[in-house]
Structure formats: C-alpha cells, structure tokens
Design a protein. Sequence first.
Length: 258
Amino acid sequence: MESLVARIEERARHLEGLLGVPVRPNVKPEALPRSCASDLVKYIDHTNLNLDARPADIDKLCDEAIEFGFTAVCVNGCYARQITKKLAGSGVKTCCVIGFPLGCTTTAAKISETRELVQLGVQEIDMVINCGWLKAGMYKEVYEDIKAIASVCHYGSKPATLKVILECTCLETDDLIIDASLLSLAAGADFIKTSTGMYKAGGAKAEHVRIMRLVAGDKMKVKAAGGIRNVETAQEMVCSGADRIGASASVAICGGQV
C-alpha cells in the first residue's frame, strides 16, 4: 500500500508539471478496506446499454428502479426523454452515456451530445475517456477532452454529475490507471468509473477499484461497472472502495443480498 501511495504522489507531481495545473489527490490509504454494504440498493445505477434495447425495455428498467429504490437509471442518449419523463418525481436519478463505448469521437461531438442531454434534464453523464490518446502519452489532449465535458456538466443552467469511464482493462497498467484517474481529477470529474462493460478484456476488477479509490480520496467518487452480476461481486467492489455499482443484473444482485 505504501509503495502505491508513493507512486500516486509521484505521478501527480509529474502530471502537474506536464499540464501546468494543480493535480493534487488527497490519498487516504486508511480508508481501505471498506466495510461491506448492509444495503446495496443505494449503490446501484440500474443499466441497459444494449444496442438492441427497445422503449419497452427502458420502461421496465425504470419501473424496476422505482420499485427497488435504485440510485439511478443509466441508458443510451436516445432514451433521455423517456427516462426523464418516466422517472420524474421518483427520486431515481437519470444518467446517460456519451462518446460511448469507444471514447473516440471528437471533443466537439462530445460537447454537443452532453449539452443536449443536460438540457433535456439528464442528471448524470458517463463519458468514455480516449484510451488511445492516453496510451500514446497525449495527456494534455485527454485532460482538455474531460475538462470540456466537465464545463458543460457543471456550468450550464442544469448542472449534472460527470463520471469518467477509464476502461481499466484496456489501460492494462497501474500507472495508466493512476494517470487516467489523476487527469480526471484535475479536469473536474465528479466520479471515475472502471469500465464500459463492452470491452473484450473484461469489466470491473477489485484491484483497479482500490487504485482508483486511493487517487479519488474524498475529491471524487468511484463507480464500478462491467461484469457485476451477483451480490458477492458487488460487495467486493464496495469493500474495495466503490461508491456506485453499474449493473444490468441489479434486481438479481439485490434479490440475492442477505
């Protein structure tokens, strides 16, 4: 743990020099491991991002979220109007993805997508980081990409929460996960998120959540998503530092909780 904390602090200093902006994580190693959740319901972003999801599927998703009391519903942007209408007054938050699932659209396209969704009343935006840029060392471009979306989310007439999807299994190394987390912090993200759930190498891993939690400290929250299909895996993510769980199997997870 001490070596990981030292590495995070070293990478933060490097990025601060590179970007010329503050990159100051508040690393709290004493926060891990966390206690398991007594009630997983409040952690859940009930999710359907399937390419063949139909309006009836989204209605069902919303109905389940209201019935169970999940924190949010997460869908593709084409269903933004539907979920904002369906969930109005329910207490369940609305969430849509942008630049999904590759993160490779232009920043201008991401801005346009985000602005439209926020104006429709979407409360949370999950954006995908540009992994190719990150792995090529194009850190300033990655930072500016995230910062642009954070500005739309935070400073419009209807502020929204920004979650940045790192796609950790694509990044492969601890250093890249640390750097992606630090760039998100510097750019103004509210959450960092493990995965799209679409990448071939897999989704959320507890070891990645722990790294993200250390970087996030008390300045960002952490969302684990991708391949979380049972109560045991969900609890492992919470104990590793996740504040939110993105899952399509939410009903099965919470139905299996003891």
